[in-house]
Design a protein. Structure first.
Length: 295
């Protein structure tokens, strides 16, 4: 009996050891099967577009700060000239306003073409007016230059129409004859300061000053004329003529008179100091010209 019990215990003990060894082997196998996988995110290579162009609009608005910079740096020893005695600060309507930048100056803009494609054979930059017609064009062989400075005029020397949208198109042709085209953002110049044979002219789009044939200035128009008055302070001793170029002569007389009244108030001078006129305009370029006449 005793031998039977001992044999039974031995069998049970052997079976337990076998089961334990099997579990350890299984666990080891499972450990060996665990594989750490590190996923690598695919790298996205960003390529530059073959053709692009930007226009630095700051070249349109920043030069207009020059006038205000001149006035703000005046010192008493320089007030010997009559034009320097014009007060710049009396009340809110007479204060110099350097933050106003509606009036653009020449050069009007700088275009910056970018080419990242095959070897080019030729290029062209076309500036189109509001009717879609070519206003000015640059073109040459090989790659476009890094900068193209535009004075805002066409090939005949005529300035752009103020208040009308313009657009530009850059085309590059490679050696195989393939063309690459990019269209720039349209832009509009509300007012432009430009030198002509008659004198220095500030051209302002008529509809930015008045509502159609109304003689009362729009609030936005008064702000533009504040900037005009700041420019006139530098040329105070020169005669100023205000011309309304419009298809309605009578309305033009009233509107040029309203501009003269506003500028006289801003500059604290008699309104008769300004000569006003209404000129028939047969093109869409209806505008107010403030002409600082040559002596």
């Amino acid at each position: 009996m005793r031998r039977l019990i001992l044999a039974t215990v031995a069998v049970i003990f052997s079976f337990s050891n076998f089961a334990l060894a099997a579990d350890e082997a299984k666990g080891g196998s499972e450990k060996e099967q665990k594989i750490t996988v590190i996923k690598k995110e695919p790298r996205v290579q960003q390529e530059k577009p073959m053709l692009q162009i930007t226009m630095d609009i700051n070249q349109v608005i920043l030069p207009s700060i020059d006038t205000e910079k001149y006035l703000l740096t005046m010192v008493p020893s320089r007030f010997s000239r009559m034009r320097d005695t014009v007060p710049t600060v009396l009340c809110n309507s007479q204060v110099v306003s350097p933050w106003l930048t509606a009036i653009a100056k020449e050069p009007l803009a700088i275009f910056q073409p970018g080419w990242n494609g095959p070897v080019p054979n030729s290029w062209s930059l076309t500036i189109a007016d509001f009717r879609g017609k070519t206003f000015h064009e640059y073109k040459d062989k090989f790659s476009p230059p890094a900068r193209i400075v535009w004075d805002g005029r066409n090939a005949d020397g005529q300035p752009i129409y103020v208040g009308h949208p313009y657009s530009y198109l850059l085309v590059v042709t490679d050696m195989s004859g393939n063309q690459y085209t990019v269209v720039g953002e349209p832009f509009t110049v509300v007012a432009l300061l430009h030198q002509e044979s008659r004198g220095l002219i500030i051209s302002i789009a008529l509809d930015s000053l008045f509502n159609e044939r109304d003689k009362d200035l729009r609030p936005e128009g008064k702000i533009i004329l504040q900037e005009v008055s700041d420019i006139l302070k530098r040329y105070f001793e020169l005669p100023v003529r205000i011309e309304a170029w419009t298809g309605d002569i009578q309305a033009g007389k009233n509107q040029s008179g309203s501009v003269a009244d506003c500028l006289a108030e801003r500059l604290i001078v008699p309104v008769k100091q300004f000569v006003t006129a209404s000129v028939s305009e047969t093109t869409p370029n209806e505008r107010i010209d403030v002409l600082i006449q040559n002596r």
